[in-house]
Design a protein around this ligand. Structure first.
Ligand SMILES: [Zn+2]
Length: 255
């Protein structure tokens, strides 16, 4: 019995010492990182190569340790983020009019909105950057956990005269949906469809949409099949994207 107690004492001392040492190392590495980060690159370049390799290795270890310590805090408060996605994908073009296809146009629009959100310093996720437009399953996954998820599409109809802007959303997002539609319609000079730009998803011709059921809003930016709306889109989509980003930024500020 005495031996067992002795062994236990020893063990707890060892663990205590080890974790104290580990903690000290983490604190030291954090201090080192904060100092290292303010050293100008010019100065870093002057460090002899042999020392530079050692410093590089230490920075690597320090970053791993700093991350280990931060991990539990991360789980506590996940930073809120907005998700913006482009409808369809690189393999599904969506609606087509001549040389233009929906997936390509809304991908450009997503990039433009992303640009303005980044400028505003908002946290956001997208279904790709540049020419990448990942499929709907990806957009739905990204919408989960987001404080706001918006996807862009363009409408199409057999009648070339069909026109207007609409945002499909759940009733709880009616006001926000209307704001998004108004932002787009004002720039393109389009009319609002549905209830001042809002379409209740239960009344949408598309029926139940996975993205909206995941809490997202779908903005139909206009009719690709309408020559005037298509021309207006190509001319002014950057301005419309800026207006949409503004609505998103305002919404996140109030949230
Ligand atoms: Zn579409």
């Amino acid at each position: 019995m005495d031996d067992w107690k002795q062994a236990w004492k020893l063990k707890s001392v060892q663990v205590g010492a080890a974790s104290a040492f580990f903690y000290a190392l983490i604190l030291l590495s954090e201090q080192f990182l904060s100092v290292w980060n303010v050293i100008p690159q010019e100065l870093k370049n002057k460090i002899p190569e042999s020392i530079g390799e050692w410093v590089g290795m230490f920075v690597g270890v320090a970053m791993v340790l700093a991350r280990l310590k931060k991990q539990p805090e991360l789980h506590g408060d996940i930073k809120p983020f907005v998700t913006i996605t482009a409808g369809h994908s690189n393999v599904d073009p969506g609606a087509v009019n001549g040389k233009y296809n929906e997936a390509e146009l809304v991908r450009q629009f997503r990039n433009a909105v992303a640009h303005y959100l980044a400028v505003a310093g908002l946290e956001f996720k997208t279904d790709g950057t540049g020419t990448i437009n990942l499929p709907l399953t990806n957009a739905i996954a990204l919408a989960k956990g987001a404080s706001l998820a918006v996807e862009f599409h363009m409408n199409a109809a057999a009648s070339k005269s069909a026109n207007g802007v609409e945002t499909i959303a759940l009733p709880k997002d009616k006001v926000l949906a209307q704001k998004l539609s108004v932002a787009v319609a004002n720039v393109f000079g389009s009319r609002l469809r549905g209830d001042n730009g809002w379409i209740d998803q239960s009344q949408s011709a598309r029926g139940r949409l996975g993205f909206i059921n995941a809490g997202g809003l779908i903005v139909e930016l206009g009719f690709i099949s309408n020559e005037a709306e298509l021309a207006e889109f190509n001319l002014k989509y950057w301005s419309a994207a800026k207006a949409v980003a503004q609505v998103i930024i305002e919404h996140e500020k109030d949230a």
